[in-house]
Design a protein around this ligand. Structure first.
Ligand code: COA
Ligand code: MG
Length: 294
């Protein structure tokens, strides 16, 4: 199944919800998605104030067309119940839940959302960062049809810790998890975002990870620092060659000479109706990016 939602999600910037300066700065940043974090980026003594601050910022703030997501604390923490209550009553577009392990987790969280956000459109995104989540990824993704689940974000810092892995720059250790996650996401129409790149002073390394994730089919990358936004926005957008190629494919299939043909040759390359569909998706995404930057 193709994800028909062509809203750009090239860049998703995490920020500690305890950091008032970051919440304010977010209104000026070119990130497609802002993730206000109540979990790992917030120390225990600030959990309650960070939650209040995040919900208040959404109530007051002008975040424009940016998609606003709040990451709550995990289900087994003392903060989860109040996080869900408050965030469900907020203006967030989605709740991101960490440490999801199974379809049963999604059912439980979805039931809370239905109770606390009854009738509301709020979506559920899941962090894919536990070994069990990778093992259960197909059944978790399948919940997209009957619940609010609509997105996955990989979390390789936690996954490495749980695996006791020592990843290198190639991310070879994570390639199976990336393949499984994108396959499950695409099979069930979910958004799929890559993990973070910790070294925010290394633009070349970030660009390389973006290219790798894009090659897999990921929609974008989760980020930790504003300096990473422009790189992800560039790497996950269709480039000029890709746009020109898409236009050429659409033009060729609308040529009366090719009427009724399912497969044609363009510049000596087999081009089929599936490529026409891809070309339309590319232009839709490019149009959405242009629209968002106006
Ligand atoms: N979101 C919004 N603004 C951010 C930001 C973020 N994630 N990270 C840094 N900034 C802001 C800073 O507030 C500072 O703003 P100012 O110039 O107005 O004062 C500016 O960008 C430059 O910041 P810099 O000094 O380079 O970084 P730092 O040392 O203050 O912070 C981190 C470094 C890693 C602590 C910070 O980037 C951060 O908290 N990142 C997010 C961590 C997170 O959410 N983790 C959970 C998911 S993995
Ligand atoms: Mg994590």
């Amino acid at each position: 199944m193709t994800n028909t939602n062509s809203r750009p999600r090239r860049s998703s910037l995490y920020m500690p919800a305890s950091n008032a300066r970051a919440l304010e700065k977010a209104k000026t940043l070119a990130a497609d998605t802002i993730i206000l974090d109540l979990e790992d980026a917030v120390a225990p003594e600030f959990k309650d104030s960070a939650r209040d601050q995040a919900c208040e910022a959404l109530a007051l703030g002008d975040y424009g067309a940016r998609e606003m997501v709040i990451r709550v604390n995990a289900v087994d923490t003392p903060w989860f119940a109040q996080d869900m209550k408050s965030v469900c009553a907020s203006k967030a577009d989605a709740i991101l839940v960490p440490k999801v392990c199974s379809a049963a987790d999604i059912i439980e969280i979805n039931a809370i959302m239905d109770r606390e956000n009854s009738g509301g459109p709020m979506k559920l995104w899941a962090m894919i960062e536990m070994p069990l989540a990778i093992l259960n990824i197909a059944e978790i993704a399948g919940m997209a049809h009957s619940t609010r689940l609509s997105g996955f974000i990989l979390g390789f810092n936690d996954l490495a810790k749980e695996m006791r892995a020592e990843p290198d720059a190639s991310r070879a250790i994570f390639l199976p998890a990336m393949a499984q996650t994108i396959m499950a996401a695409r099979a069930h129409g979910l958004i799929a975002l890559d993990s973070v790149y910790n070294d925010f002073n290394d633009p070349a390394g970030l660009a390389q990870e973006c290219q790798q994730a894009k090659a897999f089919g990921f929609d974008g990358k989760s980020l930790i620092h504003p300096a990473q936004i422009d790189i992800a926005n560039r790497e996950f957008a269709p480039d000029d060659n890709k746009i020109a190629e898409a236009k050429a494919i659409i033009a060729a299939f609308s040529d009366p000479e090719n009427a009724g043909k399912g497969a044609i040759s363009i510049n000596g390359k087999l081009t089929e109706l599936l490529h026409l569909e891809q070309a339309k998706e590319t232009l839709a995404l490019a149009g959405a990016i242009e629209g968002a930057s106006e």
